[in-house]
Design a protein around this ligand. Sequence first.
Ligand code: NAD
Length: 419
Amino acid sequence: MLTKESTGNAYDVAMENFEAAANTMGLDEDTRQMIKCPERVLTVSVPVRMDDGHIHRFEGYRVQHSTARGPAKGGIRFHPQVTLDEVKALATWMTWKCAVVNIPFGGGKGGVTCDPKHMSRGELERMTRRYTSAILPLIGPEQDIPAPDVYTNSQTMAWIMDTYSMTKGYSIAGVVTGKPISLGGSLGRNEATGRGVFYTVECACDHLKMPLKGAAIAVQGFGNAGSVAAQLFHEAGAKIVAVSDSTGSIYNRNGLNIPELIQMKTMCGHVEGFPESEPILPHELIGIDCDILVPAALENMIREDNAGTVKARIVAEAANGPVTPGADRILESKGCFVIPDILCNAGGVTVSYFEWVQDEQHLFWEAQDIYKRLERVMKTSFRDVLKIHMERKTPMRIAANILGIGRVAEAVQIRGIYP
Ligand code: NAD
C-alpha cells in the first residue's frame, strides 16, 4: 500500500488544480480569496466502547468547503488513511462538481480515520452514531447533507438519519442521501455513480469516434462505482479485461464475466481467484493494454512514476483525484483523453440531489425517470465541459474546473460579503 508521503497530498493537488483553472479563466484575486478555502472545518473526537470493553478514540472530520450555491453536499469516508487534508480536498472537489452538473448544492465532505474492515457491526454503529452527534451542529437538510463514500453505505446513512432524527424529535429523511429505499432513499442512487461514469464514457467515445462495443476496459477498484460501471460496460458489449480491489488484481484478455465476478465479490469480498482469470500485480493494471482505463479506487493512483505506462486512449476518473497533476501532464502529452472526476463521477451527487428533492416533496419517482434525468444531466454537463475544452484548447480537467469555479464565482460575486 502506498503511503501519503509517497503519493502526495490531496489538498495540494486540489489547490494546484484550482490555481491552474483560475489562471486560465483570469479569475481576479478577490474572488479567489472568497472561494478557494473551506468555509468551515470541524475536527471531532469520537470515543467508542469496543466489543472487548475498552474505549477507543477515533478522530473524525466534517468540512464545508462552500455553501454559496446551496447546502454543503458530500460523502462520509471511513478509512485508515483519512486525514483532514484529504477531507478538505474532497470537500473542495464536491463544490466544483455540484456546480459542473449545475445542481443547487455547495461542497462538503466528512470522514473518520478507522479500519472498518476490522470492526464489528456493533462497533461501526456506535462509532457512526457518536460521530453524527459530534457533527450534528453542522448537518441538516438545509445546511449540509452527508452521503456514502468509501467504506460507508446505506446502512451507515440509516444510522446517521436515525441519530439526527432522534435528537430533533421527528423523522428527517433529507438529512442524508444514499439511504435505504424504505427510509426515503431514491431508486437508482446505488448505481448512480457507475451509471454516470458510463454515460460520460459513451460521450467520450462519440467525441473520439471510438466504438464502445468491443473496447477493452480495465477497472481499478471493484466497489460501488467500479463494479456498476463495469456491469454497464459489459452490457454495452465492451470487454472488461482487468479488475482490481484492495486485495488483488485479475486479468483475462478475452474479457471477464462481470455478472459472475460481482456475485463472487459480494459473497467472498475479493476478486482474486476468480475462475478464467490470471492474477496480475496491482501496479500492472494501470499499464495494461486497453482502450479505456477506469480508476475507481482512491486518490493518487496514477502518478508521475506510472503515468508513462498508461496505454488507454480514455481515462475515466470514477474515483476522486486518482491522477496527480504531474501524471496529468504526462497523460496529456500522450494524447490521452481524461474525463475528470468532477464530471465523470458526478452521477452519484446528481441522484443524491434527486433523492433530496423527493424527500422534501414526499413524492417518489420511478427508476426510469431517474435514469432519464441522470442521463440528461450527465450528457449536458459533458457537452458543456467539452465546449470549453475545444474553444479554449485546454485539458478537460481545466475545462471542468473553469465551468464549476465560474459558476461558484458568479454566486459569491452576486451575493457579496456579509456583513
Ligand atoms: P467502495 O468502498 O464501494 O469501493 C472502493 C473499492 O476500491 C473497493 O473494492 C476496494 O477494495 C478498492 N480499493 C481500495 N484500495 C485499492 C487499491 N489500492 N487498489 C485497487 N483497489 C483498491 O467505494 P466507492 O463508493 O466505489 O468509491 C470509490 C471511489 O469513487 C472513491 O474515490 C470515491 O470518492 C469515488 N466516488 C464514489 C461515489 C459513490 O457514490 N459511491 C461518488 C463519487 C465518487
